[in-house]
Structures are given as structure tokens and as C-alpha cells.
Design a protein around this ligand. Structure first.
Ligand SMILES: CCCCC/C=C/C(=O)SCCNC(=O)CCNC(=O)[C@H](O)C(C)(C)COP(=O)(O)OP(=O)(O)OC[C@H]1O[C@@H](n2cnc3c(N)ncnc32)[C@H](O)[C@@H]1OP(=O)(O)O
Length: 257
């Protein structure tokens, strides 16, 4: 691939944004490659957890501003729709996804991280949605996902001032799950992924879909989905294994069946 490196190691599918000289700015090619690789990883049984990160000093500094020069209203709308489609797909993947934020996560870069289930950031990272400084605003789903992630007041502040915040501040407001020194970021992220890999992948997938569905629905619909999914997990071998392991005082070994 031109803009992304990928590898599969010990159950983890790595998606590494690879335009370090441009701080991993997301151009159309990168969007297309992100779509392709996430679909491959979704279908690959060797991949249990997907981790997104960036090469160099940025996770991603956002959508590639140099491409904006050629955009008019219609092509900008199409670019935004394309980006949104990819972010929506990433959010909907049935496997757990983690954004390992190694540096700048700005604009579309932070929007990509917001489409992931978890965000683990280096202390040195800087996060923000500075689009307003360009006379535009977030267009890869950020206007909606950030409000749902951290609440309206803080989300409006970040989007309407364009201010960047530190990883520690991002953790304080609930935007990232965990902060660690850059030197231990990879180790801590792999440790976190390891915890997820010990669980039943089916229960995780159904749980994730129930949470996402409920996030966008009236309470009653979400609760109904929860009960329905709860019934479905009882048709799995993993549920039997989990309950038996508890009763037999041993650690459960889930097979994803
Ligand atoms: C229509 C679809 C809508 C999609 C919605 C999303 C919109 C966006 O994401 S808009 C972009 C939002 N991001 C930004 O505004 C950040 C822009 N970058 C910066 O402010 C700075 O680069 C920095 C503070 C992140 C880092 O500064 P510094 O360490 O001084 O590094 P440089 O500025 O010298 O950058 C190195 C190199 O990378 C290029 N670059 C950085 N960000 C982008 C970008 N978003 N798009 C394109 N190129 C970017 C920068 O131009 C430098 O390139 P060279 O000049 O060729 O060395």
C-alpha cells in the first residue's frame, strides 16, 4: 500500500498511517486504503483486535489540506461523504478497535480515533479539532461523535475554538481511555489489547453492536436490543465455557464459537 503499513502479529492487526513527512495527513488514497485494509482485517480470523497508529511524530494531523485547494461545494461534499463512509465502517467493525495515539491527533486524525472503540495516548500527544481555523469544520463524523463521547459543552469548546489539548487533559475529559509515556505506549496498548483477546469475541461483538445501537436510539430501543443480544449470547459455546469455568473455579478459554 502507498499510504498505510499493515501487519498481523499475535492476534493484532496493525494499521499504521504512513505519510510521516506530511504528519500522516489523510488524503483520498489513504481513505481508500483504510477502507480496503479494515475490510480485510474484519474478515481475517487471525485478527482479533485492530490497532490504528501513525509512523513518525503524528497519529495524523488531519485531512490533507493541500487537497482542499481543488475542492468546490460538490467535490467537498463527496470527499466528506467518502471519509464519513470509511469512519462509519471502522466504527461498525465487529472486532475491538484501538487508536494508539503516538503524537498529533488533529482534525480528521482525531475523527479517525473517535471512530475507534478505545483511545490510548502518549503523554506527548496533542489532540484537537482545529478545522475552524481554516474556515471549515470537522467533516468525518467528528461533530456528532465528539459530542456523544465527551458531552456538548466541551465538544463545542474544542470545535469552536480549535484549541489543541494535551493527552492528560483529553484523559480528564474522557476523550482518551489511558495516557502513558511514549516509550511505553506500544507495550501498554498491546497489554490492553491482550485483555480484550481473552474475552469471547462473539460476546464482545454483540456487546459492541448493542452499545453503538443504543447510543443512537431512544432508551427503550437500546434496552430491547440489549435483551435480544443477551438471548443470542446464550446460543454460544463461549457462554457455556464462561459459566462452566466460573463454577469449576478455572480460567475460561473462549473459542469464538
Ligand atoms: C472534506 C472532508 C472534510 C474532512 C474533515 C477534516 C478536516 C481536517 O482534518 S482539516 C486539517 C486539520 N488539521 C490541521 O489544521 C493541522 C495542520 N497542521 C499543523 O497545524 C501543523 O502541521 C502541526 C501543528 C500539526 C505540526 O507543526 P510542525 O511540527 O511545525 O510541522 P509542519 O507544520 O512543518 O508539518 C510537517 C509537514 O506536514 C504537512 N502537514 C501537516 N499537517 C497537514 C495537513 N493536515 N494536511 C497536509 N499537510 C500537512 C506540513 O505542510 C509539512 O509539510 P512540508 O511543508 O511539505 O514539509
Amino acid at each position: 500500500m502507498e499510504t498505510i503499513e499493515t501487519k498481523i502479529e499475535n492476534g493484532i492487526g496493525w494499521i499504521i498511517l504512513n505519510r510521516p513527512d506530511k504528519l500522516n495527513a489523510i488524503n483520498l488514497k489513504m481513505l481508500e486504503e483504510l477502507e480496503e485494509v479494515t475490510k480485510n482485517f474484519e474478515e481475517n480470523n487471525d485478527v482479533k483486535v485492530i490497532i490504528f497508529t501513525g509512523n513518525g511524530k503524528a497519529f495524523s494531523a488531519g485531512a490533507d489540506i493541500s487537497q482542499f485547494k481543488e475542492l468546490n461545494s460538490i467535490s467537498a461534499w463527496n470527499f466528506a461523504k467518502k471519509g464519513r463512509k470509511v469512519m462509519d465502517y471502522i466504527e461498525s467493525i465487529s472486532k475491538p478497535t484501538i487508536a494508539m495515539i503516538n503524537g498529533y491527533a488533529l482534525g480528521g486524525g482525531l475523527e479517525l480515533a473517535l471512530a475507534c472503540d478505545f483511545r490510548i495516548a502518549a503523554e506527548e500527544a496533542s489532540l484537537g479539532l482545529p478545522e475552524i481555523n481554516l474556515g471549515i469544520y470537522p467533516g468525518f463524523g467528528g461533530t456528532q461523535r465528539l459530542v456523544r463521547a465527551i458531552g456538548k459543552a466541551k465538544a463545542m469548546e474544542l470545535m469552536m475554538t480549535g484549541d489543541r489539548i494535551s493527552a492528560k487533559e483529553a484523559e480528564r475529559i474522557g476523550l482518551v481511555n489511558k495516557v502513558t509515556p511514549l516509550s511505553s505506549l506500544k507495550e501498554e496498548t498491546i497489554k490492553f489489547a491482550g485483555k480484550l483477546m481473552e474475552k469471547s469475541p462473539i460476546a464482545l461483538a454483540i456487546l459492541k453492536s448493542v452499545i453503538l445501537y443504543g447510543n443512537d436510539s431512544p432508551l427503550l430501543d437500546g434496552l430491547n436490543m440489549e435483551s435480544l443480544g443477551w438471548g443470542v449470547v446464550f446460543s454460544t459455546e463461549d457462554e457455556k465455557e464462561g459459566v462452566n469455568a466460573f463454577l469449576e473455579k478455572r480460567k475460561a478459554v473462549f473459542k469464538g464459537k
